[in-house]
Design a protein around this ligand. Structure first.
Ligand SMILES: NC(=O)c1ccc[n+]([C@@H]2O[C@H](COP(=O)([O-])OP(=O)(O)OC[C@H]3O[C@@H](n4cnc5c(N)ncnc54)[C@H](OP(=O)(O)O)[C@@H]3O)[C@@H](O)[C@H]2O)c1
Length: 318
């Protein structure tokens, strides 16, 4: 039906607070509860056919939970991805008032985080710069590029990056041209793309055609495509999504994911599910295809990129 696979991201699974809109919330916020819950979701996901899991050191205990689960479940067919460049600061403190994640794109941080992340080998297949930007200097840091190239050559990993914000296009354009010893450094790009934010469409198609691996994150716009009192300006989109959900016999999330799969056909789209129920609903996206008319209609709901990212910047941690 489509070559796009659904993977599971651990951003909402490894810590008690995250920026999504939290339609469902856990009463028990302890680390022990989250560890148990993470193991259960990971096993459920594997049983449902998911083979790709995406994490980062800044997702609270997300990377540690994945490592511990993998130690107990050393499946041969897993394909994991993690990132480097952000440190988790909230230390499981509820209502933490300062930034939960701090960016540092230095060689020192790369070496420090790689020394932990490498424990995910051999299931680890993709190693990404976490939210590469021009401002952080990482796209021009020759020492970092050399070290990533060394990691690539010694492990066989795909080197990638994730991008966010209004400059996603420019970042992808620039990064895809970075060469080390005559070969492109980056083979994988993790990008935000959904029914509201499609500004990277053309470059992503170009990269897919060039054989790059495209991973889509935030395919449900962090929950903004669901009915929500703070997002009344998306009411027309929500109404249309609801009508499609009825027509295709699935829930809104499956329509949102399927839209990305049909219109872009990336290698992977990440589910951001935080419960087994959400994941089961998300996975129904695998079993139908949107009519062309519906795809075209949905495309019309894309908003201005600046507006999208401004709203994204103001999402609160719950
Ligand atoms: N810079 C980066 O590298 C970066 C940034 C962001 C994300 N990511 C990756 O992408 C993954 C996915 O992104 P994301 O979770 O931030 O965004 P997302 O997938 O766009 O959003 C998840 C939202 O959808 C809701 N949801 C999902 N299934 C649902 C269902 N069946 N019914 C109702 N609501 C449903 C969740 O609800 P709840 O609020 O109830 O949980 C949450 O609000 C992450 O886990 C991470 O691996 C990477």
């Amino acid at each position: 039906m489509s070559n796009t696979k659904i993977g599971l991201g651990l951003a909402a699974i490894g810590r008690p607070e995250y920026i999504n809109l939290r339609h469902e919330t856990d009463i028990d916020k302890s680390e022990a509860f989250y560890r148990e819950k993470a193991f259960n979701i990971l096993s459920f996901a594997y049983d449902q056919g998911i083979r790709h899991f995406d994490t980062a050191p800044s997702y609270g205990k997300g990377e540690e939970f994945l490592q511990q689960w993998y130690l107990k479940n050393p499946y041969q067919d897993l394909s994991l991805s993690t990132k480097w460049g952000y440190t988790y600061m909230a230390n499981w403190e509820l209502g933490y008032a300062k930034p939960h994640e701090i960016k540092e794109h230095s060689l020192h941080k790369l070496k420090e985080q790689w020394s932990v992340s490498r424990n995910l080998l051999p299931a680890l297949k993709t190693y990404q710069i976490h939210s590469a930007t021009f401002e952080s200097g990482v796209l021009e840091n020759a020492e970092v590029h050399q070290e990533l190239h060394r990691i690539k050559k010694t492990t066989g990993l795909k080197i990638g990056l994730s991008a966010s914000g209004v400059q996603q296009n420019e970042i992808l354009e620039y990064a895809s041209k970075i060469m080390i010893h005559g070969e492109p450094l980056f083979e994988s790009f993790q990008v935000t793309y959904n029914v509201l934010e499609m500004s990277t469409h053309d470059i992503l198609k170009k990269l897919i055609n060039a054989g790059k691996s495209i991973i889509i994150k935030e395919a449900l716009a962090n929950g903004r495509i669901f009915k929500h009192k703070d997002y009344g300006h998306y009411a027309n989109l929500v109404r249309f999504l609801e009508s499609l959900a009825v027509r295709y016999g699935v829930s809104i999330d499956a329509i949102g994911l399927r839209f990305v799969m049909d219109i872009l056909e990336p290698a992977l789209v990440l589910s951001g599910a935080s419960t087994q129920r959400q994941l089961a609903e998300n996975l129904r996206a695998q079993y139908f295809k949107l009519d062309l008319q519906d795809q075209l209609h949905l495309k019309q709901f894309a908003v201005d990129s600046e507006f999208y990212w401004n709203e994204r910047k103001n999402l609160k941690w719950h």
